[in-house]
Write a protein that binds this ligand. Structure first.
Ligand code: 9UX
Length: 72
């Protein structure tokens, strides 16, 4: 069953950046939905744990040219 995680995104300087990160996450294997909020710099991602992990989601963001802050 799907799991949901929240990522703190780094490096988005405009709303189009958020749209780009959202598309990149949406196209990553195992992602069922992705929503990126430019104002809060947070991505909410629903994914299948058999196909994706927080680490692979982070890779997708980094490959798109942005960063992910580690959460405490
Ligand atoms: Mo946002 Mo535009 O960083 O290149 S400024 S998409």
């Amino acid at each position: 069953s799907p799991e949901t995680t929240t990522l703190d995104i780094e490096g988005m300087t405009c709303a189009s950046c958020a749209s780009f990160v959202e598309k990149s996450l949406s196209r990553a294997p195992g992602v069922q939905s992705a929503s990126v909020n430019f104002a809060t710099e947070k991505a909410t991602v629903q994914y299948l744990p058999e196909l994706a992990t927080p680490a692979t989601l982070k890779e997708a963001v980094i490959n798109a040219g942005y960063g992910v802050l580690e959460r405490a």
